[in-house]
Design a protein around this ligand. Structure first.
Ligand code: 5GP
Ligand code: MG
Length: 186
């Protein structure tokens, strides 16, 4: 069965099976690395809104006990242009001090968001701080950032689906697709 693509979708970059297999591999690796950590001491912090589906799939595939929390940030207005400034919209509920913190993010682009989060969280003295990021656009990087667990490297195209949006559309597509430039270039 072939499901018709939404009109503004150009092509599928990563299909559902490819994503799910990679998420399983990341979960296996993370489960190995955090084996033996008490559930209260291991916190996944999902970056809203884009990471909510990735986090839900990843967390359910982990075999190590863990807690889930969220933080909401904004680095883009309504469109597809980077501003370089990151705004904290909602903080975590968990006190991160002394805990093993794994940031779960949808995509690293210029790198400002993860750099901001790393500084914010490091100042809270976690027991450890790592990042798990589904997508990376290496060509777009403006500041260096070391991702600990990476899903896929992708080219410099605006992608939607699997939690990622354009103006809050397309988040629930099960695949990751490139948007037609005409959909966001005015
Ligand atoms: P950075 O701070 O690394 O430049 O930007 C990271 C943020 O930009 C991501 O969390 C995501 O919200 C947004 N972003 C960057 N590229 C894309 C993209 O291709 N599609 C979507 N939906 N968001 C993107
Ligand atoms: Mg994001």
């Amino acid at each position: 069965m072939t499901v018709p693509l939404p009109n503004s979708v150009d092509y599928v970059l990563l299909d559902e099976d490819t994503i799910q297999q990679r998420v399983q591999a990341l979960a296996d690796q993370i489960s190995d690395d955090y084996a033996g950590v008490h559930h209260e001491n291991f916190v996944l912090v999902g970056v809203l809104k884009g990471a909510f589906i990735f986090l839900a799939d990843l967390a359910r595939r982990l075999t190590v006990p863990h807690c889930v929390d969220f933080i909401a940030l904004s680095s883009y207005a309504a469109g597809a242009e980077a501003s370089g400034t990151v705004r904290l919209i909602m903080d975590t509920r968990t006190n991160l001090t002394g805990r093993h913190v794994l940031i779960v993010e949808d995509i690293i682009d210029a790198g400002y968001t993860l750099d901001y989060l790393q500084r914010l969280f490091q100042a809270r003295h976690p027991a450890s701080l790592r990042s798990c990021v589904l997508l990376s656009k290496p060509e777009r990087r403006e500041i260096e950032f070391q991702v600990d667990y990476l899903g896929f490297e992708i080219p410099d195209v605006w992608v939607v689906g699997y939690g990622l949006d354009y103006a809050d559309h397309f988040r629930t597509l099960p695949y990751i697709a490139a948007l037609k430039p005409s959909a966001y270039q005015k």
